[in-house]
Design a protein around this ligand. Structure first.
Ligand SMILES: C[S@@+](CC[C@H](N)C(=O)[O-])C[C@H]1O[C@@H](n2cnc3c(N)ncnc32)[C@H](O)[C@@H]1O
Length: 198
């Protein structure tokens, strides 16, 4: 896994654009948003928001939106992009294990490529923090590596989701999708939607 200085370096040099960055929101997030229903009065956060592409899309969908990342370099890019588009998004430096928002204030948590870099021993803390933030019925939309043979990531599998989230969440199966990771072959990814129980 990259260290935080390596994340910063990837954003500072622009390398992130070849590795995981996208000029447009992922097609799966667009489909998710289309099926979401009314966003009036709803709060979305993007955990590990990177250069802000998906947070920008969420605010354009009508959510009050926050983007959190530990990379200051990523946040500089995200903040400038939102400013250039005249969009009001709060981008803030934070460890996503300690998000600076009150309990049960969030309707939607978007995570593309962050949970799969969270090691197994830290995953219970991630699940606890997401459960703390979400309103009952709130959702987490996760995308990341599902390939257990890929040693760069901590795979997202049905078993892992059950282990870390079954106490507080109902989960869809992990659906397969292919994700860009900057190599000619696509990253064998997975998508899962978790709903916090009422
Ligand atoms: C693969 S990038 C994905 C960025 C963005 N979601 C996207 O789709 O372009 C993972 C991001 O998670 C951030 N990240 C990893 N662990 C984090 C943590 N514990 N707290 C905050 N940000 C974290 C990294 O700085 C990086 O920007």
């Amino acid at each position: 896994m990259p260290t935080f200085s390596q994340w910063d370096e990837a954003y500072r040099t622009g390398e992130y654009q070849q590795l995981w960055g996208m000029p447009h929101p992922s097609q799966e997030l667009v489909s998710f948003a289309a099926a979401y229903g009314s966003t009036a009065g709803k709060v979305a956060i993007d955990v590990g928001c990177g250069a802000g592409t998906e947070a920008i899309f969420l605010v354009q969908c009508g959510f009050t939106t926050y983007g959190f990342d530990q990379s200051v370099e990523a946040l500089k890019i995200a903040t400038q992009r939102a400013k250039d588009l005249g969009l009001n998004i709060t981008f803030q430096e934070a460890n996503i294990l300690h998000v600076p928002l009150a309990d049960q204030t969030v309707d939607l948590i978007n995570d593309r490529g962050c949970f799969h870099v969270i090691p197994d021993d830290i995953r219970p803390d991630y699940a606890k923090e997401m459960a703390r933030l979400l309103k009952p019925g709130g959702k987490i939309f996760i995308r990341g590596c599902r390939d257990t043979s890929n040693e760069r990531f901590h795979a997202i599998t049905d078993e892992a989701i059950k282990t870390y989230f079954s106490d507080a969440f109902d989960a869809t199966p992990v659906y397969p999708l292919e994700m860009n990771d900057g190599t000619p072959s696509l990253l064998h990814g997975g998508l899962v939607i978790l709903t916090k129980r009422k």
